[in-house]
Ligand binder design. Structure first.
Ligand SMILES: [Zn+2]
Length: 772
């Protein structure tokens, strides 16, 4: 609910301004914030390996066809989602009301054998701890006050961190009965839940009514079991301690070996999660940031932890940990912890003022504190509903959590690995010897620079400011000479559009056209003819949605079904033809196509993929698809006009999804980053792969984002990457040699924000096996 003193509750929006955008200050500056650290080429050198092969293979899943994994062959069906037709409702559109009413006092199980008492309504002990610390620990009160001030400043500046914060966790299992010594599978299931809930990839956001769905926010926080203990030794990230204590309370005794529990690992570097028997119907409790180090972390009742083993309904979906970690990241209960009054606040402007907690799974709407017609936001993780009723964080809650991770908990997250780096920006060419590059600055505004055939505009290291606060890297298409269309997501997850018509930016230089939607993936664009644009996104139900410009107006969002675990990939090989590719819940590739009159598919294309699919068409009725396998090698599959090939193994140990481009008939160029984060290249010349089927050309650099490549003519390639200094770098193939050199790069200035997307539940996001 809004904090009264904080007047940012009503962000008004006009159609041509991004939400949250500062009123046109007309920063005449052309320079992307921050200036180039160096105008040399820091990216050269530092190759970890100077060989031309990316030291390939040796992989279990080398043949993507067979895979070994049971999910590899989905032909026989199994999970309903495999068919990709598992429905759901359109995100922004239908989304009719919430779950069924089931009164506050769900009867719930009371005894499943043994002495375990199972709570039947949520009860969290965070405020007991908070009040105790406030009254006994003056340093806590001071730290809380300082953090609230820092958070207010952070939120008011609309700051966000970029990339994804990955938090190392240690789970301390403290058990008295054998049943309480929960399984690894139960622990793993909880980490999976945290990753879905904090990235807003949990499919049950579909229960949120459309009036609230625009508030659903991706916190860009992920969790993993620590792989290194405080002494630097390998660890599973789990400790197990037998105790004689039958049941613990909010007094923190579980957090010390002297009192029947186990001491935390250094809370500056780990999220400590104790799992034990709690008494008095308590499901869990947390310590807000700013408290004593030796008790920092969350405590969860074992039967409210994870989704299997001892987890018991109605708290068997892992949401207790999602809720308590929310407190740990400085979120308050959504009703403001003032009993049942209307004066408390959770310090978030976008949550409705609410009276007291909601229990069970309430019926929508539940109006309190004059918050009609929509009432309480009881779908929020920070309410007291049952696990199946809480499915979302809001944008302002995310801002508070990010403020915490950027301040008092700044040493905790690892921003360095995991997730699929999104390309830093979009590069397009609308004609010969013409390039347009779009990136985000550290302020998350869009910036533009261009090559006009003889020079970079506005300057080699300069950028044109294009406004906005963008939550996805720009996606840009050109359907004709001197025409550009750029798309991004706003902070509300809606799609926004701006365009260059040859003489002006529409709707204005720094303005954006609002295209609605609540998008859970970056947009992907295709254009199959003049004045035609096709945009694809995932909705909150993870189904694919399509929106198109037909030359005179926007249509859609058209629902295309599926439960997609990767952003879509889209190509058009001819007029009125579209081919879309996604990963299914089994991490196989699925294909859907528009043939000019109707949609077909999803067609199952197999594979167990650790990257989103990348597809290019070098001619009519021709498609070449590339993915990374679970062995981190590259695989290739193609449609020759009549049938699909199998997956061809192409070697490599790749740390990004492949980037593919074609400059002519029967020609393919593939670019990747290796484990040394250098750029690697391979090509199909019409008869064979160079330098070899599994070999790669080494192109130097230490790149922090997936490369972007464009070709404006036959035998011409322009490659763009970001360096460790976050500057944009460029190299080019002129038909005979690489400029400025095979391993060299031209620095193009800027300090560029990067984005990472993860493939939920893929091998890439579980454990440390594959860093994609
Ligand atoms: Zn709580």
């Amino acid at each position: 609910m809004p904090r009264k003193a904080n007047g940012r509750a009503d962000k008004h929006r006009d159609d041509d301004r991004m939400p949250g955008e500062a009123p046109a200050t007309e920063q005449n500056g052309h320079a992307a914030n921050g200036q180039p650290a160096a105008d040399g080429m820091p990216m050269t050198g530092a190759p970890a390996s100077s060989s031309t092969t990316m030291s390939g293979g040796g992989s279990p899943a080398a043949d993507m066809g067979g895979g070994g994994s049971p999910a590899a062959d989905m032909g026989g069906g199994g999970s309903p989602a495999a068919e990709m037709n598992a429905g759901g409702s359109p995100a922004g559109a239908g989304m009719a009301g919430g779950g069924q009413a089931s009164g506050a006092g769900m009867s719930g199980a009371t005894d499943t054998g043994g002495q375990t008492e199972l709570p039947n309504r949520r009860q969290c002990g965070v405020m007991d701890v908070h009040r105790r610390l406030l009254s006994t620990n003056p340093a806590y009160a001071a730290a809380r006050s300082a953090l609230e001030t820092a958070t207010m400043v952070y939120v008011s500046r609309e700051e966000r961190f970029t990339g994804v914060a990955r938090i190392p966790c240690v789970v301390h299992v403290v058990w008295n009965t054998n049943a309480q010594n929960i399984s690894q599978a139960q622990i793993d299931s909880q980490i999976d839940v945290l990753n879905r809930d904090y990235r807003a990839t949990n499919p049950d956001t579909s229960i949120v009514p459309s009036v609230f769905s625009g508030l659903i926010a991706d916190s860009r926080v992920e969790f993993f079991l620590a792989t290194e203990d405080p002494n630097g030794n390998p660890t599973t990230g789990v400790t197990r301690t037998q105790t004689s204590t039958a049941s613990f309370g909010t007094d923190d005794k579980v957090k010390s070996s002297a009192t029947g529990g186990i001491d935390p690992w250094d809370p500056a570097n780990y999220l400590n999660i104790w799992v034990c028997q709690l008494g008095g119907g308590l499901l869990g409790y947390a310590q807000f940031p700013g408290g004593p180090a030796n008790t920092d972390g969350v405590v969860i009742l074992h039967s409210g932890f994870g989704t299997n083993g001892t987890a018991a309904a109605p708290f068997d979906l892992g949401r207790t940990t999602t809720h308590e970690v929310g407190h740990y990241l400085n979120l308050f209960h959504i009703w403001g912890d003032d009993g049942s009054g209307c004066s408390g606040s959770d310090e978030c402007a976008d949550t409705p003022n609410a009276a007291g907690p909601n229990f069970g799974v309430p019926a929508f709407p539940h109006v309190t504190c004059s918050n009609g017609p929509n009432g309480d936001l009881f779908y929020d993780y920070m309410d007291y509903t049952d696990d199946r009723g809480m499915v979302m964080f809001t944008t302002d809650q995310v801002a508070r959590m990010q403020a915490t991770l950027d301040t008092v908990r700044k040493d905790l997250p690892d921003f360095g690995s995991g997730g699929t780096p999104e390309p830093a920006g979009s590069i397009v060419s609308w004609g010969a010897n013409r390039l347009d590059a779009f990136v985000l600055g550290t302020d998350l505004a869009m910036y533009h620079k261009w090559w006009n055939g003889s020079a970079w505009g506005p300057s080699v290291a300069g950028y044109e400011y294009m406004g906005g606060i963008c939550m996805s890297a720009p996606e840009v298409a050109s359907w004709g000479p001197n025409r550009l269309d750029a798309f991004v997501l706003g902070t509300d997850h809606a799609l926004y559009h701006k365009w260059w018509d040859g003489s002006n930016w529409g709707p204005s230089a720094t303005g954006y056209e609002y295209l609605g939607g609540v998008c859970m993936s970056p947009p992907r664009l295709a254009t199959w003819g003049p004045d035609r644009l096709d945009a694809f996104v995932l909705g909150t139900d993870r189904a694919l949605y399509h929106k198109w410009w037909d030359g005179s107006s926007w249509n859609g969002y058209e629902y295309l079904g599926g439960v997609c675990m990767s952003p879509p990939e889209v190509v058009a090989w001819g007029p009125d033809r579209l081919d879309a590719f996604v990963l299914g819940t089994d991490n196989a590739v699925y294909h859907k196509w528009w043939d000019g009159s109707s949609w077909n598919g999803y067609e199952y294309l197999g594979g167990v993929c650790a990257s989103p699919p990348r597809v290019v068409a070098w001619g009519e009725n021709r498609l070449d698809l590339f993915v990374i396998g679970t062995d981190s090698a590259l695989y290739h599959k193609w449609w020759d006009g009549s049938s699909w090939s199998g997956y061809e193994y192409m070697g490599g140990v790749c740390t990004t999804a492949p980037t593919v481009v074609s400059w002519g008939s029967d020609r393919l160029d593939v670019f990747l980053l290796g484990t040394d984060f250098a750029l690697y290249h391979k090509w199909w010349d019409g008869s064979s792969w160079g330098p070899s089927v599994t070999g790669y050309e080494y192109m130097g650099g230490i790149c922090t984002d997936e490369p972007r490549v464009v070709s404006w003519d036959t035998n011409r390639l322009d490659v763009f990457v970001t360096g460790t200094d976050k500057q944009l770098y460029h190299k080019w193939w002129d038909g005979s040699s690489w400029g400025p050199s095979v391993t060299g790069y031209e620095g193009l200035g800027g300090v560029i924000s990067d984005f990472k997307v993860t493939v939920p539940d893929s091998p890439a996001s579980i454990g440390q096996g594959v860093k994609i």
